[in-house]
Design a protein around this ligand. Structure first.
Ligand SMILES: [Mg+2]
Length: 384
C-alpha cells in the first residue's frame, strides 16, 4: 500500500503558523508586483475562488481583503525538511516529489507501525503536533490512486481506497481527475465516448494510441488498474561523502585541513547537483595503526556551500585526537533536505525573469520616447 502525503496550502499555512494575526484570514503568498502571481492561497482565500498560479491582480479582485505575503523560501524549505524527517520515521521508502508532497511505500511497515490507514493517521497527528500545520493523506494500492485520494478531502483529509474497491473507483472516476489529463486530452477522450477512467479500458488499444500516443497507453494501463511506477527514493541520495587515503601518513593539521577543503568543495558540488542541503556533517579519520574514529555534528541550519561545510569540518577535526598520524581522512554529509523543483519554485524564477525583462523594455521605451516624443510606439506592438 502506498501513501501520498500532500501539505495543505503549504506556503500559506506556514505564514499563518508563524504569524497568528493571519490565522482565519485570506492569505495570498506571492511577490507583490503588478505582474505577480499567486504561489499559494489559504483556504479562506480559496473560498473566494483564488487559485495557485493566478495573477495576483485577479486574486485581489476576487478577494479584496486578502493579505499578500512575500514568499520566504528558506523558511518553507526548512519546514519541508521537518515534514520529510517525520515521514522517514514511518518508512524507509519515501519519495519526495516536490517541496510539499511525498509518496511512502508502507507495505513492509505493518509490524512496526500498524495498518496503512493507522500510519496515515499517525503521520497526520505527528505533523500537526510537531510542526503545527495540516496535511492530507491518500492511501491506495497504486501511486496514481494515492495521489487522487489525497486530493479528495482537503484540507486535513484522510482518504483510503481499499484494494477491493479499486475496480469500482476506477470505473466511476471522471477522466479529468486523473493526474496529467488536461482540458485538451479530456476533449479528445470525450470524442471516443470516454467520460470515466473505466470507460477507457473498453476503447480498443490501437484507437487510444492513435489518438493520444504514449499518454494514451499510460492512461489505458491505469484504467485497467495497473501502475508500473514504484515509490523510488532513488535519484535522491541519503548522504554524500568524499575521502582520501593520504599519499603519506601525517599529523600535520594544516595539510589535513587542505584535504578537507577539497572534500568540502566536492561535497558542495554534489549537493548543488542533487538540489539538496544537509543537516549533519561528519568526519572520518583512520590512523596509521588502522584505528578509525568518526565525529559528527547535527546543525540547526542546513548547509550547502563548501565554506559552511568546511567550517564544520574544521571544528570536528579539532575534536579528533592527533596522537597518531593519519592515513585516511574523509568528510560526509547526511540528513539531506531536498528542494525538488516544484511548480512554486519555478513560478518565482519565471516571475523574476519576467520582471527584469519588463524593466528592460520600460527603460528602452523611455529612451525612445525621450528622443522621439511620446506615443511613437504603438501600444500592442510592445508585447511582441
Ligand atoms: Mg500541497
Amino acid at each position: 500500500m502506498i501513501l501520498h502525503v500532500d501539505m495543505d496550502a503549504f506556503f500559506a499555512s506556514v505564514e499563518q503558523l508563524d504569524n497568528p494575526q493571519l490565522r482565519g484570514r485570506c492569505v495570498v503568498v506571492g511577490k507583490n508586483s503588478c505582474r505577480g502571481v499567486v504561489a499559494a492561497a489559504s483556504y479562506e482565500a480559496r473560498s473566494f475562488g483564488v487559485r495557485s498560479a493566478m495573477a495576483l491582480s485577479k486574486a485581489l479582485s476576487l478577494c479584496p481583503d486578502a493579505v499578500v505575503v512575500a514568499p520566504r523560501m528558506e523558511r518553507y524549505r526548512r519546514v519541508s525538511g521537518r515534514v520529510m524527517e517525520i515521514l522517514s520515521m514511518f518508512s524507509p521508502l519515501v519519495e519526495q516529489v516536490s517541496i510539499d508532497e511525498a509518496y511512502l511505500d508502507v507495505s513492509g511497515c505493518r509490524h512496526l507501525h500498524g495498518s496503512p490507514e493507522t500510519i496515515a493517521g499517525k503521520i497526520k497527528k505527528r505533523v500537526a503536533g510537531d510542526i503545527g500545520i495540516t496535511c492530507s493523506v491518500g492511501v491506495a494500492p497504486l501511486k496514481f490512486l494515492a495521489k487522487i485520494a489525497s486530493g479528495m478531502n482537503k484540507p486535513d483529509g484522510l482518504t483510503v481506497i481499499l484494494p477491493g474497491d479499486v475496480q469500482a473507483f476506477i470505473e466511476n472516476l471522471p477522466i479529468e481527475k486523473v493526474p496529467g489529463v488536461g482540458k485538451v486530452t479530456q476533449k479528445q477522450l470525450a470524442l471516443l465516448g470516454v467520460e470515466t477512467l473505466g470507460d477507457l479500458a473498453r476503447v480498443p488499444e490501437e484507437l487510444v494510441v492513435k489518438k493520444l500516443g504514449r499518454q494514451g497507453m499510460r492512461l489505458r494501463l491505469m484504467a485497467m488498474g495497473q501502475d508500473r511506477s514504484e515509490v523510488s527514493p532513488g535519484g535522491l541520495p541519503k548522504s554524500v561523502s568524499s575521502e582520501t587515503t593520504l599519499p603519506r601518513d601525517t599529523a600535520d593539521i594544516g595539510l589535513l585541513k587542505r584535504y578537507m577543503l577539497g572534500h568540502s568543495e566536492d561535497i558542495s558540488r554534489q549537493l548543488h547537483k542533487a538540489g539538496a542541503r544537509a543537516r549533519v556533517v561528519s568526519l572520518k579519520v583512520k590512523y596509521s595503526n588502522f584505528k578509525e574514529i568518526s565525529r559528527q555534528v547535527t546543525l540547526e541550519n542546513s548547509v550547502q556551500s563548501a565554506n559552511a561545510i568546511y567550517r564544520e569540518a574544521v571544528r570536528l577535526l579539532r575534536k579528533a585526537p592527533l596522537k597518531h598520524s593519519v592515513r585516511l581522512i574523509g568528510l560526509g554529509v547526511s540528513r539531506l533536505v531536498f528542494v525538488a523543483p516544484g511548480i512554486q519554485l519555478d513560478l518565482f524564477a519565471q516571475e523574476a525573469d519576467r520582471d527584469s525583462r519588463w524593466e528592460k523594455i520600460e527603460r528602452f521605451v523611455a529612451k525612445i520616447e525621450e528622443k522621439y516624443g511620446k506615443n511613437v510606439i504603438k501600444k500592442g506592438t510592445l508585447s511582441e
